[in-house]
Design a protein around this ligand. Structure first.
Ligand SMILES: *[C@@H]1O[C@H](CO)[C@@H](O)[C@H](O)[C@H]1NC(C)=O
Ligand SMILES: *[C@@H]1O[C@H](CO)[C@@H](O)[C@H](O)[C@H]1NC(C)=O
Ligand SMILES: *[C@@H]1O[C@H](CO)[C@@H](O)[C@H](O)[C@H]1NC(C)=O
Ligand SMILES: *[C@@H]1O[C@H](CO)[C@@H](O)[C@H](O)[C@H]1NC(C)=O
Length: 504
């Protein structure tokens, strides 16, 4: 008997068969791709795949291939990887559930907004939703057309179903525009399903606020494509837009805003207010700033439209914008627009060349009117300019001054509530610092009763009272008349109004 070895021609036969099989697999894949392309293009009112994108060799396609590097124009390399298949299967399972729940159907026109490599689009097609397409920055036909989530290349009411996978909305950088586009291209009654990462209540509510066209249908945690957990949110587009402003800021100015539960929750988690008047306030406030629970350390702010810092009573650039806000405030890598509200002309010059900082050359006040300020000129000081800034205070009762060393200056006050409503919106993230030399006792009540306070997410406020003096034991400052108790009351009122306020 011959030993069981392979003869040379047997080996060749096997090799040839293997090769043939490989070629066949590729051919089948190729045919599949072409069929997909042809199919979708036949659909009635618009063609997903314009002619110039359909086959390799066109100029735009070559460009895209160059951009995406290793990818074959038809994605064949990518498609044959295990990771690709695993990802497609993952999305497939997600869509099967959505189909079972009735949010998606085989005849739905579906869009994957900001898809990565089209795995979700292929999963839709494999589940029989043949009229599906994805958009992303780098086109990769036939599954993906070029298009940014915040500027979709589609007409309004084009889709029955839109999907945003794997936190692409979290990362978009322009969540409000992203949401507006979903609202525009979704048909009334259509569903938007988003997988989002930000799961704290603050960010979830910011997310919902973006979609004023939609109603929340359900939300739940599911396994992520490569994370343990992601929040899957299902929204349905309503026939009519819901009230765009829950706070009533548009109409009656005397409407108070509602305080959502999630804001109360943050306030409960914040550092407690200091109940006892500190004996050494010059130390106490510095120490307190170290204990502050910043909103941005408790909640994700990715779903906000703009990021704004308002320094009310900004003084010099270095006094808090440069030294504190730029360096210490946790910004979650967002870039903030800065407004410096400062009436004192001494400081105006240095704001001229500060990029990203807008100077508002007025004093924050309850209406537009000229205010009278006392300007203390330190008689011993050579630097009159400096002491002018440091020594001034608002004293609304004294409209003229006869005391030695002081003079009265006129400064323009601006209606801060009106300015705020004009400058920011509810979908912006707004943090403010307020050091207004006693005006807080007028400004805060007006902010609360006008509802404008709800435009501000977080405030750092210095409250001015007759505090103990550093220089002279047992003596109170004569500069301000209010007591510590009145300050505490003001802080408490703000927290009750749903504002995360910190003592500064
Ligand atoms: C999911 O998103 C992360 C970024 O958060 C990214 O690194 C990863 O590649 C994405 N995975 C898939 C399969 O899209
Ligand atoms: C969000 O709010 C709900 C109730 O509204 C609460 O049960 C839940 O614990 C909150 N989640 C977080 C992360 O605080
Ligand atoms: C505004 O307030 C007035 C008086 O409080 C009320 O009569 C009016 O209906 C309100 N308007 C709106 C649009 O809410
Ligand atoms: C108040 O002053 C600001 C700044 O000059 C101006 O834009 C605004 O229209 C004024 N408001 C009123 C009610 O006069």
């Amino acid at each position: 008997m011959d030993p069981p070895t392979l003869k040379p021609n047997q080996l060749r036969n096997i090799l040839v068969r293997l090769l043939t099989f490989g070629v066949l697999v590729l051919a089948v894949r190729f045919a599949y791709v072409i069929t997909l392309a042809g199919e979708s293009c036949g659909y009635n009112d618009f063609c997903f795949f314009p002619d110039h994108l359909r086959l390799r060799g066109s100029a735009s396609l070559d460009q895209n291939a160059a951009v995406s590097g290793s990818k074959d124009p038809l994605g064949v390399d990518l498609w044959s990887t295990k990771k690709w298949r695993r990802t497609v299967d993952y999305y497939s399972a997600i869509f099967q559930e959505l189909i079972a729940e009735g949010f998606l159907a085989p005849n739905s026109k579906a869009l994957c907004v900001g898809t990565r490599a089209g795995e979700d689009v292929l999963a839709l097609k494999e589940n029989g939703v043949v009229n599906s397409i994805g958009i992303s920055g780098t086109a990769s036909p036939p599954l993906i057309l070029p298009g940014a989530p915040h500027r979709q290349p589609f007409d309004e009411a084009s889709f029955d179903f839109e999907f945003s996978a794997n936190g692409s909305l979290d990362r978009s950088g322009r969540p409000a525009d992203f949401a507006n586009e979903v609202c525009r291209t979704l048909k009334p009654g259509g569903f938007f399903v988003a997988q989002i990462f930000a799961k704290d209540n603050y960010s979830f509510n910011s997310f919902l606020d973006l979609f004023n066209c939609c109603r929340l249908i359900r939300t739940r945690d599911v396994d992520g494509v490569d994370t343990t957990s992601v929040r899957e949110v299902v929204l349905r587009k309503e026939a009519q837009f819901l009230n765009p402003s829950k706070l009533g800021l548009g109409g009656n100015s005397s409407k108070r805003c509602l305080i959502p539960g999630y804001k109360r929750e943050l306030i409960r988690k914040a550092e407690p207010l200091i109940e006892q008047e500190p004996l050494k306030p010059w130390i106490a406030w510095k120490r307190n700033l170290k204990k502050v629970k910043y909103l941005t350390s408790m909640a994700d702010i990715s779903f906000k439209q703009r990021y704004v810092y308002i320094d009310v009573g900004a003084r010099s650039y270095g006094s808090s914008i440069g030294s504190w806000f730029k360096k210490q405030y946790p910004k979650q890598s967002k870039s903030f627009e800065v407004y410096a509200i400062e009436a004192d002309r001494v400081f105006h010059e240095e704001y001229r060349d500060k990029e990203g900082v807008s100077l508002v050359p007025y004093a924050a006040w309850v209406r537009n009117e000229t205010l009278f300020f006392e300007i203390t000129r330190d008689s011993g000081s050579k630097d009159v300019e400096m002491s002018r800034g440091i020594g001034r205070r608002i004293n609304h009762n004294v409209r003229s001054s006869s005391s030695y060393g002081e003079e009265v200056d006129k400064i323009k006050g601006i209606d801060f509530v009106e300015w705020l409503k004009r400058s920011v919106s509810e979908s912006d993230f707004v943090v403010a610092k307020m050091d207004v030399e006693g005006s807080e006792f007028y400004l805060v009540p007006r902010l609360i009763e006008s509802g404008a306070i709800c435009l501000i997410d977080e405030v750092f406020m210095e409250c001015h009272y007759n505090r103990w003096q550093r220089c002279c034991r047992g003596q109170r400052s004569a500069k301000f008349k209010r007591s510590y108790g009145q300050c505490l009351e003001l802080f408490t009122k703000l927290r009750e109004a749903g504002v995360l306020v910190h003592q500064w």
